[in-house]
Design a binder for this molecule. Structure first.
Ligand SMILES: [Zn+2]
Length: 411
């Protein structure tokens, strides 16, 4: 059973016109008229595929193919149609459009599954508008946090207002939640957003899990002084301390060649930030991820020890505040096996790889077993209008998904 490659490509092309920026870019922010437009066209394709559609109170678009036994937990697939402000055509879109194509293919082949299938475009996966992502996927699981609706975007519009404007009833969140046990499993196809598949020259990858990030803010405090007069041996230079810690992080995460561990210091704030004052205070963020929790814990300890030693050497004091710490979430072995089986059938040599970025599947992983299929993207570029996956690769991904769904429906 194969998907309709021409139709799939047409859907990508049509979706890319909504919120189009430049030649190949997309800006389709969450809970906006543009996302609504994306939902309307996606809903029309869902209906053609035999699904009923609705938009829930979290702003998720949900298509449902009713099974013979609607009381069985649903097989859920999906991703998101919101994009980064300066994003590409495939991030999130691939997972929604391929899932719709899978259901269309099942319907065209006369398959009415026992359990119902749902395809969801989750609201605000990207998280940049209100500085908090995975909104719709956490919402349906009752996992929103205190005060989330009061977060405002850069124009001062709160999430609450944006949801109301979108047509959602925020007093009825409960009605849009899924009860524990009501989701059988979740399947998400996504572009890799990294270079591993492209470098290995493989179109499709089987995701092993989503790596857990540790996010810290580290603050170093030394002593300001005139850069022309304070002798080097008695300085307490917070900038030098920060520089050594950044190098230390880099050394720690690269000690096993080929391991997927990554560490990044992406911001640096310096006080008082004058060219002729020794930096008194430097704070910076640490983003540190690994799929192997033992190794991540080991490295975290190493980094703490190094920070301790480096700050002592430079007579600095330090503070580490932990902003986020989530555990790696592994894909279900049985779903991975089915994806591998299908890749073998299609004669694809699909490597297994972890996902550094999060996806809606991360939220779903707390509610049910999940699996993910990665599609190669050129040079690993994503969150950028240059993001590119070929329609051939996307079609292969959708075909792997059909085969996987057929196996899941046997279970
Ligand atoms: Zn995405």
């Amino acid at each position: 059973m194969k998907v309709n490659a021409t139709r799939l490509q047409q859907h990508f092309e049509a979706m890319s016109l909504i919120g189009k920026i430049g030649e190949t870019g997309t800006c389709r922010p969450a809970h906006t008229a543009l996302e609504k437009e994306g939902f309307q066209i996606a809903a029309s394709w869902m209906k053609e595929a035999g699904m009923t559609t609705r938009i829930d109170n979290f702003g998720n678009l949900i298509g449902r193919l009713e099974g013979k036994n609607p009381s069985l937990p649903v097989l859920m697939m999906g991703s998101h149609l919101d994009s980064q402000p300066y994003g590409g055509r495939f991030d999130g879109v691939a997972g929604v459009l391929c899932a719709i194509e899978v259901v269309a293919t099942l319907s065209e082949n006369g398959i009415i599954p026992e359990r119902s299938i749902e395809v969801i475009s989750f609201a605000d996966e990207e998280g940049w508008r209100f500085n908090k992502g995975l909104f719709g996927s956490r919402g349906i699981l009752g996992k929103l946090e205190e005060g989330e609706l009061q977060r405002a975007d850069k124009d001062g519009i709160t999430r609450e207002q944006a949801l109301k404007d979108f047509g959602c009833d925020i007093t009825k969140f409960k009605e849009s939640e899924y009860k524990p046990g009501s989701i059988f499993c979740f399947l998400e196809l996504h572009i890799e957003q990294g270079p591993v598949l492209d470098m290995a020259n493989k179109p499709i990858g089987v995701v092993s899990g989503i790596s857990g990030p540790v996010w810290w803010t580290v603050k170093l405090k030394g002593m300001a002084g005139h850069s022309g007069s304070v002798p080097m041996p008695i300085r307490k230079d917070a900038m030098v301390g920060a520089a050594e810690i950044i190098i230390a992080l880099n050394e720690i995460v690269t000690q096993i060649p080929g391991a997927p561990t990554v560490g990044t210091v992406g911001t640096l704030n310096v006080f008082p930030a004058s060219r002729n004052i020794i930096a008194e205070e430097v704070s910076f963020t640490v983003d540190f991820r690994d799929i192997d929790l033992d190794r991540r814990n080991r490295y975290e300890k190493q980094l703490r020890d190094r920070i301790d030693a480096i700050t002592q050497k430079h007579q600095l004091t330090y503070e580490i505040s932990e902003d986020t710490k989530s555990d790696p979430r592994y894909c279900a072995d049985w779903i991975k096996e089915m994806i591998h089986n299908e890749c073998k059938t299609l004669e694809l040599d699909a490597p297994e790889l972890m996902s550094g970025p999060f996806h809606d599947a991360l939220a779903l992983s707390y509610a049910c077993d999940y699996g993910m299929i990665f599609v190669r993207c050129k040079d690993g570029i994503s969150h950028n209008p240059l993001e590119y996956s070929s329609y051939e690769d996307l079609t292969l991904g959708a075909n792997v998904m059909v085969g996987t769904v057929l196996q899941i429906l046997q279970k």
